[in-house]
Design a protein around this ligand. Structure first.
Ligand SMILES: [Zn+2]
Ligand SMILES: [Zn+2]
Length: 394
């Protein structure tokens, strides 16, 4: 069997992959609550003789180890399992039966592709030199599933030499592939700012210290970080996404609270944005006689694709999809906690175009009408299997 044959095999397996995807879509579960999902993943993996299956890694995560016919490197293959707290608006037979919870990011497809890849690689195990560590990760959309799995030792015993992950990508059409070296997804931080002044009568501002005025200047001044201080060809985002203060027309409130997020690709850009965020908040607050506190939380570092693993994945993709669009330069300001695994293990995060406007399947991720062309499941499962097999000298 050659690399190109993974397409035919994934095609043969499509009824299985599609059935699973629809089942997971019907039964979405939120991060760290993926109990049914995990049980079904374990059941499917236990059908494959010789696979060592370990549930309960990172609370609801599942890890499975496939040993090849001869010794060699260990390839970690990660898919995420969680759904989102939103109401599905699709009128399809496989629509969510769990009200208020929806697979609106495509993780149902990721699980199905992960299980299909386990089947495809299991069938070829005698020809593989090394091991595949399948990682089904909970809570990618929040609650730190990757960190929990790392804490439970997913990167040890055996330690992976390479890491692969993928995302169905409705920003792009079917048969498009984003396989780019370097930073692909942004690092993300969230912050909260509390500006404290002194409350008073709206008609007597001279007796108060107005935190609303200070907050307004802070919002405006923070927008100078990206526009004036980050190199124009580099990327960064500072967004204030919530601002609260005050209760009435005639009361100057004692404090204002703000929330927001920052994004960047390069470590020094990230450092600069965060340093200046603190400085500007403190400086502007002081200018207006207020006090300010900033609390920062790291969400995840940037997803950085290893150049060698990425070149390998690109070569495999070219063999698999001679007519496909393979993009070797692509970045998104979205964030992914797979970055935490890829900080430690060289790897490649692959994006698989999955939209099909002619079928009305092009709503964006996290939209209540999100759905994708299921043909992408064939390409995605073939691609991750073939790249893993290529690394294991198939
Ligand atoms: Zn998402
Ligand atoms: Zn996602």
């Amino acid at each position: 069997m050659s690399t190109a044959d993974f397409i035919a095999k994934a095609q043969e397996l499509f009824p299985y992959t599609q059935k699973l995807r629809r089942e997971f879509h019907r039964h979405p579960e939120l991060g760290l609550e993926e109990k049914r999902t995990a049980r079904r993943i374990v059941e499917e993996l236990e059908e494959l003789p010789g696979l060592t299956v370990q549930p309960g890694v990172g609370k609801t995560g599942v890890v499975a180890l496939l040993e090849g016919g001869s010794p060699g490197p260990v390839v970690l293959l990660r898919v995420d399992m969680d759904a989102l707290p939103m109401m599905e608006e699709n009128d399809v037979p496989y629509a969510s039966q769990n009200d208020g919870v929806m697979h609106a990011c495509g993780h149902d497809g990721h699980i199905a592709m992960g299980l299909a890849a386990a089947k495809l690689l299991h069938a070829q195990r005698e020809n593989l030199a090394g091991m595949v560590k399948f990682v089904f990760q909970p809570a990618e959309e929040g609650d730190g599933g990757a960190a929990l799995m790392i804490g439970d030792g997913v990167l040890e015993n055996p330690r992976p030499d390479y890491a692969l992950a993928l995302h169905l990508w409705n920003e792009k059409p079917l048969d498009w592939y984003g396989i780019a070296p370097g930073p692909t997804m942004a690092s993300a931080e969230t912050f909260s700012i509390k500006v404290t002044g002194k409350g008073g009568h709206g008609a007597a501002p001279h007796n108060a210290i107005d935190p609303i005025l200070a907050a307004a200047h802070i919002v405006t001044s923070l927008q100078s970080i990206v526009s004036r201080e980050v190199e124009p060809v580099d990327a960064g985002v500072v967004s204030i996404t919530s601002i609260h203060g005050g209760t009435s027309h005639n009361i100057i409130p004692p404090e204002v609270e703000m929330l927001g997020t920052t994004r960047s690709f390069e470590a020094d850009t990230r450092e600069h944005i965060l340093k200046r965020l603190r400085e500007i908040v403190a400086g502007v607050a002081e200018t207006f006689r207020c006090e300010a506190e900033v609390e920062l939380d790291d969400v995840s570092p940037a997803v950085v694709n290893d150049p060698e693993v990425t070149a390998r994945a690109q070569a495999v993709a070219r063999r698999l999809f001679p007519d496909g669009t393979i993009t070797t330069e692509y970045q998104t300001m979205g964030a992914e906690d797979m970055a935490l695994m890829m900080e430690k293990i060289p790897g490649c995060y692959l994006l698989i175009g999955s939209a099909n406007a002619s079928k009305g399947l092009d709503a964006k991720h996290h939209h209540p009408l999100f759905d994708f062309d299921e043909e992408a499941l064939i390409y995605g499962s073939a691609l991750i299997s073939a790249v893993a097999a290529d690394i294991l000298r198939f």
